[in-house]
Design a protein around this ligand. Structure first.
Ligand code: G6P
Length: 610
């Protein structure tokens, strides 16, 4: 959801900024732009579309030699994706340039005020208001102070980097609600929305907190709060490596991330499954173990794929730990006056740890007295830092916009949390032992599913011209049906609906006509017989059945047009295996339709606006 980057040091800024923008492109790709100070002039180059368009514009100009600069890749909110609305934005004098990630909520009022002062606006963006306001408040040599005064007047969220022609050896950055990390090199700083744009330059970083402003020059950095109090910030080491964010031999990040799920889950579970003692070890939440063992209610929250994982978490927690659990869309929770009684624990699930809706919901829950836990992938992210305790996924960075390995990581972590909590409440050591043993086998089971990739591709290609698909499952496989449908929609733009298989007869069955693809997750388990009946119902109305079934199940093969077999797995852990063929189907459908797999239209990986 917009990526920003800034550089100040002794190297040429342009290649560093462009390289960083490419790493951040998954955050938005509606337009891109760069600002530097070159021979006493503020130079801004920007272009609608992908970063490659910006590169083409830069190639037509004399080489930018400057060793300072800021840049941006945009996911449009206010104003359509064109050259004018692209960042960086500047003030009326053309001496200040700014890049911004977030939303200035009171931009209309501020704009009216500034227009009243005779300032003419060029773009439709909320961001230009902030650039103009800083320019309006600017007094010579006082950039930091102008930024501070402007931010005090701003409502909303921001991660910003600001350049000023009159103070050419300085970048001022600030954040509230949007992420910002400062990479600390030798006599240089790289500030970016996330670590992927920093890691190739340095592993030493400072995480800026909400309400902080940092002033960077080549001699050092100074961090203050909005009310001008000095803060000292610790330099931390990044866990990320460059190799983790490269494509390796794969064509797309999504493909890489689907295929690396066995390894990712091994990393996720490493050191956490104690086979001998039949228990799960989760260092990040042990400090709350008495409180959680006595919790009366657990609310799980997330958005998109994380919400689907949360739904599985609800089933797991009620099943293993017998704690009343419920799932909330983070975006709804905050605004509907939720009841948080004594003994409520709230679990925020997020790959990025920066999703604005999830963050806002967890703050609301905290405010109302809930204990808040995080199930997060990005180490050091805002949600990870603002929760009382949590469990990291440790599945490595996820770059493809459509979430895959983070989903299986989230489900694995929630299964471990449910077993951990279950052992403190109702789960017998024998039952825990079986579950732990089965969890440990999941990576090899996924490996087995991945060997069918070619078959899955062939089947998918036969149907990828159909514009309406249904995904149906029951019990633990109902959230998998939702996730399968979301994957297909996100990257191949095919309309797909996921639902509990039993609900189909209450309406959606009317959508079935000859040849409608219906994907059933029909693995052996508690509701197998009922799912088979649902398959019959669709088949008799001419639907094409694509089934995900347990290996060796000949009965399903007789009913379905195509079967993808998965290894036998206990019901509660099936989502970890049954989702994999659906991820592959979405991937191959998008490829066959010529869609941009890693950067689907209109989407962004990390949604840092509400
Ligand atoms: C966006 C992404 C989804 C993701 C959701 C939640 O919509 O496109 O793939 O599931 O945000 O993201 P989070 O980082 O909080 O898991």
């Amino acid at each position: 959801m917009c990526g920003i980057i800034g550089y100040i040091g002794f190297q040429r800024a342009q290649p560093i900024l462009l390289e960083g923008l490419k790493r951040l492109e998954y955050r938005g790709y509606d337009s891109a732009g760069v600002a530097t100070i070159e021979d006493g002039r503020l130079v801004i180059v920007k272009s609608a579309g992908r970063i490659s368009n910006l590169e083409a514009c830069l190639e037509q100009r004399p080489l930018l030699q400057s060793t300072i600069g800021i840049a941006h890749t945009r996911w449009a909110t206010h104003g359509c994706p064109n050259d004018i609305n692209a960042h960086p934005h500047s003030d009326a004098s053309g001496r200040i340039a700014l890049v911004h990630n977030g939303i200035i909520e009171n931009y209309a009022t501020l704009r009216q005020y500034l227009e009243g002062k005779g300032i003419t606006f060029r773009s439709e963006t909320d961001t230009e208001v902030l650039a103009q306001l800083i320019g309006h408040l600017y007094a010579p040599g006082q950039l930091e102070s102008a930024v501070r005064q402007a931010l005090i007047q701003v409502q909303g969220t921001y991660g910003i980097a600001v350049l000023c022609l009159d103070e050419p050896d300085k970048i001022v950055v600030a954040r509230r609600g949007s992420p910002l990390i400062i990479g600390v090199g030798a006599d240089e700083y790289i500030v970016a929305s996330d670590a992927s744009a920093i890691v190739q330059h340095t592993s030493q970083v400072i995480y800026l907190s909400d309400g902080e402003i940092a002033c960077l020059d080549r001699q050092g950095l100074r961090t203050t709060t909005l009310d001008a109090r000095q803060v000292s910030k610790a330099v931390q080491s990044l866990e990320l490596t460059l190799e983790q964010i490269e494509l390796g031999g794969y064509q797309h990040y999504m493909q890489k991330e689907i295929f690396e799920q066995p390894t990712a889950l091994r990393n996720c579970m490493r050191g956490r499954l104690d086979m001998h003692e039949s228990r799960v070890v989760l260092g990040g939440i042990t400090k709350l173990d008495r409180e959680l063992a006595r919790a009366r209610r657990i609310i799980l929250m997330g958005c998109g794929t994380a919400w689907h994982a949360a739904l599985i978490g609800e089933y797991l927690l009620e099943d293993f730990a017998r704690i009343p659990a419920e799932v909330e869309y983070a975006s709804e929770f905050r605004y509907r006056n939720p009841v948080i009684e004594f003994g409520t624990a709230l679990v925020a699930i997020s790959q990025s740890g920066e999703t604005a809706d999830t963050l806002a919901a967890l703050r609301e829950g905290k405010e109302r007295g809930a204990t808040v836990l995080g199930v997060v992938n990005a180490v050091g992210s805002t949600i990870a830092r603002e929760t009382d305790a949590g469990v990291y996924l440790h599945v490595g960075p996820e770059i493809g916009v459509a979430s895959t390995k983070a989903f299986t990581g989230q489900v694995a972590v929630l299964a471990m949390v449910a077993i951990w909590l279950g052992r403190k409440r109702h789960l017998s050591p024998t039952a825990a032992e079986i579950l732990i043993r089965e969890l440990a086998r999941i990576p090899e089971r996924i490996e087995q599913v991945l060997t069918s990739a070619e078959h899955i591709r062939e089947v998918t290609e036969k149907y990828c011209d159909r514009e309406n698909w249904l995904y149906l499952g029951r019990g633990y496989n109902y959230p998998v049906a939702l996730e399968g449908a979301l994957k297909l929609k996100e990257i191949s733009y095919i309309h797909a609906e996921g639902m509990p298989a039993a609900e189909m007869k209450h309406g959606p069955i009317a959508l079935i006509s000859k040849g409608t693809p219906a994907v059933f997750i029909a693995t052996r388990g508690a509701q197998y017989g009922k799912v088979i009946s649902n398959i019959e119902e669709v088949r008799s109305r001419g639907g094409c059945i694509i089934a995900v079934a347990t290996e060796g199940d000949a009965a399903v093969a007789k009913l379905a047009d195509h079967v993808f077999y998965v290894p036998d797995t206990p019901d509660p852990l099936q989502p970890l295996v049954t989702v994999v063929p659906l991820q592959l189907m979405a991937y191959y459908a998008a490829l066959a339709r010529g869609c941009n797999v890693d950067k689907p239209r209109n989407l962004a990986k990390s949604v840092t606006v509400e």
